[in-house]
Design a protein around this ligand. Structure first.
Ligand code: NAD
Length: 483
C-alpha cells in the first residue's frame, strides 16, 4: 500500500487537467521498494502542440502579457507561500518518487525551491534596461529587456521539484510562459506544483505540464512555437538539443553533467576534508551533477584519506528515504543501479586500483553501497566518465604543479572543490581550474543569488542570480529622434 492517496497524475494544459490524447502511460516507481506508485500519461505530439499553443495564447493575452511586474511578483510570492505551507507533503512525495532521504527533500530541496520563488519574485520589479549616450546628434537611446515567449523547461530526475523551480521562477518573473516536461522517472512533485500554480492565480496557459519520456521532450524542443529551451540533464541529450536549437535558431540554456575534482592539498585538515567530501560525494547517493567524484590527495596522505573516506562511507545508514535515520537512499531506478554497479566492477578490475571493502545490500529497493576506489589514475574510466552514483575515486599526486591540468582532464567543467589551510594556494587553484563553480573548504552549496552553470561539456549559459534574468529575456534597442 502506498501512503499517497491524493496524487495528481494528469497533465495541465491551458488550465485543464487532461490525460493525454494517445492513451499511453508511464509507470513511476518508489525506488526504495521497487513498487509502482502510479502511472502518468505519455504525451504525444498533439498534446505537446496543445500545450505550446496554450502557452503562446497566454503569452499574448492581456491577463499575462499586460500583467504589471508587481502583480507577477505577488503571484510568485503566493506560489512560494503555498509551497511552503505544503512543504511536508512535497518532501514526502519527492522522497517516495525519487528516493532521496527525507532529510534531503525536506531540509534542502523543498526549502531551496521556496527560496528561489521568493528571490525571483524580488527581481520581477527590477528588470531594468539602460540609457546609452550615443555619438549621434539629437537622439535618445534606451534598452528594454523583453520576455522571449514560450519556454520549454526540461528537467532531470535527481532533484525534480528544485530544478523545475530553478527554471520556472525566473521564466515567470520575466513574463514568459512555459511548458514543463519533468523526467519520466519522477513526474509527481512537478504535477503537484502545477496545482499550486493555478491556486496562486497565474492565468490559464501560463504554466503547462506535459509528462512523458525522450519522445515527448523531442517533440517539445522541435515545436516551432517554442522560443527557448532550458534543459538540465545529460551531456549526450544536451548535445542533441544544442544541435536542434542551433538549427532552428532558438534560445537555449544547458545544464549538463559533471565530474567534479576535489583537490586536497598537503596542508589540508584531512578530517575536515573527509567529512566535507563525504557530503560532497554522497549527497543524494552521488546523484548530484556537482558531486565530488575525483579526490586528488598528496601521495604521502593518500592512504590515510582513502581509509578514512571508506570508513566514513561504510558507517552511513542505507535505507528507504522515508525511514528515520537513513543517510543514503536508493538510486532512482533499477537500470541506474545496474549501470553504477557496472562502473564499480570496471574500477575494481583496473590494474593498480583498490576497491575498499563494502558490505552487501539487502531489500527490494535500488540500493547501492558507496564504493571507494583508491590508487586511481587519470586514464581510468572511473576517473573520466560521469557515473552519477556513490562511487568515489581517490587519486594520488606528487607534483602540485600538475594539479590543475589533472583536475581539468575530463570533458566536464561544472564544479570543483579545493581543500587547503593556505588561502593563497586555495584561491590560486580556484582561479585556474576550469569549472563553473569552485567551493573552497566546503561541500557544494547552492543559493538562488549565486550564478550556476558549467564550462566545457557541462553546459551553456548560467542559471540563478541576474544570469537567469538575462537567460530568459532579450534586449531591444529603442532610438528616438529628438530633432
Ligand atoms: P537525461 O538527459 O536522460 O534526461 C533529462 C530530461 O531530458 C528528461 O526529462 C528526459 O525525458 C528528457 N530527454 C531525454 N532525451 C531527450 C531528447 N532527445 N530531447 C528532449 N528531451 C529529452 O538526464 P537524466 O538521466 O534524467 O539526468 C541525469 C543527468 O543530468 C546527469 O548527467 C547529470 O549530471 C545531469 N544534471 C545536471 C545538472 C546541472 O545543473 N548541471 C543538474 C542535475 C542533473
Amino acid at each position: 500500500m502506498h501512503p499517497h492517496t491524493d496524487l495528481r497524475t494528469d497533465m495541465l494544459i491551458d488550465g485543464d487537467w487532461i490525460s493525454g490524447s494517445c492513451g499511453g502511460t508511464i509507470p513511476t516507481y518508489d525506488p526504495g521498494t521497487g513498487a509502482v506508485i502510479t502511472e502518468v500519461p505519455e504525451a504525444g505530439e498533439a498534446d505537446v502542440a496543445a500545450a505550446v499553443e496554450a502557452a503562446s495564447r497566454a503569452f499574448e493575452s492581456p491577463e499575462w502579457g499586460g500583467m504589471l511586474p508587481a502583480d507577477r511578483a505577488k503571484a510568485l510570492l503566493r506560489l512560494a507561500d503555498l509551497l511552503e505551507a505544503d512543504a511536508d507533503a512535497f518532501a514526502r512525495l519527492e522522497t517516495a518518487d525519487q528516493g532521496q532521504p527525507l532529510g534531503v527533500s525536506s531540509g534542502f530541496a523543498v526549502p531551496n525551491a521556496v527560496e528561489h520563488l521568493r528571490y525571483y519574485a524580488g527581481w520581477a520589479t527590477k528588470i531594468t534596461g539602460v540609457t546609452t549616450p550615443l555619438s549621434v546628434p539629437d537622439v535618445d537611446h534606451r534598452t528594454r529587456r523583453e520576455p522571449l515567449g514560450v519556454c520549454a523547461l526540461i528537467t532531470p530526475w535527481n532533484f525534480p521539484l528544485m530544478i523545475c523551480v530553478w527554471k520556472l521562477a525566473p521564466a515567470l518573473a520575466t513574463g514568459n510562459t512555459v511548458v514543463v516536461k519533468p523526467a519520466e522517472q519522477t513526474p509527481l512533485t512537478t504535477l503537484r506544483l502545477a496545482e499550486l500554480v493555478r491556486r496562486a492565480g497565474f492565468p490559464d496557459g501560463v504554466v503547462n505540464v506535459v509528462t512523458g519520456g525522450p519522445g515527448t521532450g523531442r517533440a517539445l524542443v522541435e515545436h516551432p512555437g517554442v522560443a527557448k529551451v532550458s534543459f538540465t540533464g545529460s551531456t549526450e541529450v544536451g548535445r542533441e538539443i544544442a544541435a536542434r536549437t542551433g538549427h532552428d535558431l532558438k534560445h537555449v540554456s544547458l545544464e549538463l553533467g559533471g565530474k567534479a575534482p576535489s583537490i586536497i592539498t598537503s596542508d589540508a585538515d584531512i578530517d575536515a576534508a573527509v567529512q566535507g567530501n563525504l557530503t560532497g560525494g554522497l549527497l543524494n547517493s552521488g546523484q548530484v551533477c556537482a558531486a565530488y567524484t575525483r579526490f586528488f590527495v598528496d601521495s604521502a596522505r593518500h592512504d590515510e584519506f582513502a581509509e578514512k573516506l571508506a570508513a566514513g562511507a561504510a558507517s552511513m545508514k542505507l535505507g528507504h528515504g522515508l525511514t528515520e535515520g537513513t543517510d543514503l537512499g536508493p538510486l532512482v531506478s533499477a537500470e541506474h543501479r545496474d549501470r553504477v554497479e557496472r562502473y564499480v566492477a570496471v574500477g575494481r578490475d583496473e590494474d593498480g586500483a583498490r576497491l575498499h571493502e563494502r558490505s552487501p545490500v539487502d531489500g527490494e529497493g535500488y540500493f547501492v553501497r558507496p564504493a571507494v576506489l583508491s590508487g586511481v589514475t587519470d586514464d581510468m574510466r572511473v576517473a573520466r566518465e560521469e557515473i552519477f552514483g556513490p562511487v568515489l575515486s581517490v587519486l594520488p599526486y606528487d607534483d602540485p604543479d600538475e594539479l590543475v591540468a589533472r583536475a581539468d582532464a575530463t570533458d566536464h567543467g561544472l564544479g570543483a572543490a579545493v581543500w587547503s589551510r593556505d588561502i593563497a594556494t586555495a584561491n590560486r587553484l580556484a582561479n585556474r581550474v576550469r569549472a563553473g563553480t569552485v567551493w573552497i573548504n566546503m561541500p557544494p552549496l547552492l543559493d538562488a543569488a549565486a550564478s550556476w552553470g558549467g564550462m566545457k561539456a557541462s553546459g551553456l549559459g548560467r542559471e540563478m542570480g541576474w544570469s537567469a534574468i538575462e537567460a530568459f529575456t532579450e534586449v531591444k534597442s529603442v532610438w528616438t529622434h529628438l530633432g
